[in-house]
Design a protein around this ligand. Structure first.
Ligand code: SDX
Length: 428
């Protein structure tokens, strides 16, 4: 296949270079399209056919259901690594040596304190505030206490900022949960591991000792690995776009948290459980909901199904489905919602509507069932997704800045009014 694309515009042949990626993916480079064609642009709502950047971080093959972080298969990492080790890999590009990993953990622990004045901000929220809204606000507020923007060219300064972010966001996430409960906020506990600390900050109460169940720790560690990056999804693209204006990392990540909150994106894990609970209340009639999802006059969608890239099983959904069975069995939990999810999946995957559109369960379809089993409340599911996605957001923001990418500013096709004169109000 030639490494050029040819388009004809007003009888003139225009050659555009084709770039080829590591795994053979091909992209038409349209950087010079407007210049070569006298102003022609492309139009692609939702960027379904448009690549925003080149990246070395994550490789997805939607047709084959492949997901790799820095060349390592997700299944390999989920089986053999830990959330923080994979975070190091995703951010810095290589698995850490023991010395590098020990330094990483130590540096993160040096930043787990949060300025006490942040408590005045969280006090301003009503108890009923959604934890994603609290997290997005508190993340942005971190800028107030870390006003100096990171010098991206200074490796050590960037390293410290990365560790600070990985240290503080989980604390703020746990504070959002405690705010909803009306319970005292916990400080981080540097004597325990990263995942244990998240669970302790979320569940420890001053009157009782707390030690997380190792089954819960391992299940959460693996679940968060599965969420760490996913190339140019909506929230990551948001982090890149905000960061492209040279806004700080906290401000960019705060915007990513808001984008992730949407029910079409990370908010789907909460929406899936709410949907399954509705089906359970409705007598478990999955066919009724499948028909609602197929009905064009009904806005209802089968939450946790479908994906912009995967036109095959989401590899994360496969792992999570298997893990859900194991975790519930290990914890001795019978959750009728899991059986409804499996029945819904079975019926949907035999239905022409879903088969024709290649709609399979995605990462959000089963994850909520595990979060429930771990004792995490539904409104915190997307916060857990944000904690999981944090290393990816950091890595993608850093890559975009190190590549010195231009500020993101898409074009548009104007279809509004032509020029018209102002009419004074007494003449309208
Ligand atoms: C995440 O991008 C990422 O990588 C995201 C993510 C990550 O890790 O960052 O993987 C995480 O966000 C997973 C997706 C979570 N969202 C949901 O589960 C919400 C339900 N799913 C859909 O809303 C939808 O599938 C999307 C948003 C995920 C993808 O939408 P697209 O790619 O824009 O596809 P589309 O809306 O154009 O759908 C194509 C067709 C349409 O039907 P037709 O017009 O062709 O007749 O499929 C239908 C849609 O109506 N369809 C669904 C459906 N999803 C798509 N019909 C019923 N139920 C659904 N869930």
């Amino acid at each position: 296949m030639s490494d050029k694309a040819i388009i004809e515009v007003n009888g003139e042949r225009i050659e555009l270079p084709i770039e080829i990626g590591t795994e053979g993916e091909k992209a038409i480079d349209i950087k010079k399209l407007r210049v070569l064609t006298g102003g022609l642009i492309t139009l692609d709502p939702g960027f379904k056919n448009t690549g925003s950047c080149k990246s070395k971080i994550t490789f997805l093959d939607g047709e084959k259901g492949i997901l790799r972080y820095r060349g390592y298969a997700l299944e390999d990492l989920a089986e053999n690594s830990t959330f923080l080790e994979v975070a190091y890999l995703i951010i810095f590009g290589e698995l850490p040596t023991k010395i590098e990993f020990d330094k990483f953990i130590k540096t993160i622990k040096s930043y787990t304190m949060i300025n006490e004045e942040m408590k005045d901000i969280i006090d301003g929220f009503p108890k009923s505030a959604h934890p994603m809204g609290i997290l997005s606000s508190l993340t942005s507020a971190l800028t107030a206490f870390n006003p100096q923007s990171v010098n991206i060219e200074d490796e050590e300064e960037m390293y410290q900022a990365i560790c600070k972010t990985l240290a503080k966001i989980p604390v703020l996430a746990a504070w959002a949960h405690k705010k909803n409960l009306g319970e005292p906020l916990n400080y981080a506990n540097n004597q325990v591991g990263y995942i244990e600390n998240i669970l302790e900050m979320m569940f420890k109460i001053p009157t009782e000792p707390y030690k997380p169940n190792p089954i819960v720790v391992n299940a959460l560690d693996q679940l968060l690995i599965l969420h760490e990056d996913h190339e140019q999804n909506c929230s990551t693209s948001t982090v890149r776009l905000v960061g492209s204006s040279h806004a700080g990392m906290f401000a960019s990540i705060s915007a990513g948290v808001s984008a992730l909150w949407g029910p079409l994106h990370g908010g789907a894990n909460q929406a899936v459980i709410e949907m399954l609970e509705d089906i359970a209340k409705d007598g478990g009639d999955v066919e009724k909901y499948i028909n609602k999802a197929k009905d064009k006059n009904d806005s209802f969608r089968l939450m946790g199904f479908g994906h912009r890239v995967y036109k095959n099983f989401d590899p994360r959904a496969r792992i999570i489905k298997k893990s859900a069975d194991e975790v519930l069995a290990d914890l001795g939990i019978e959750d009728p919602i899991l059986e409804i999810a499996k029945k819904l999946e079975k019926v949907a995957l035999q239905d022409e509507y879903f088969v024709k559109r290649k709609l399979y369960p995605n990462v959000d379809f089963y994850s909520g069932i595990i979060y429930r089993a771990l004792g995490i409340p539904t409104e915190m599911f997307t916060v857990m997704f944000a904690i999981g996605r944090l290393p990816g957001w950091i890595a993608q923001w850093r890559e975009m800045r190190l590549n010195n990418e231009p500020i993101g500013r898409p074009r548009q096709l104007y279809v509004g009014e032509k020029l018209r004169k102002f009419v004074p109000i007494n003449k309208r």
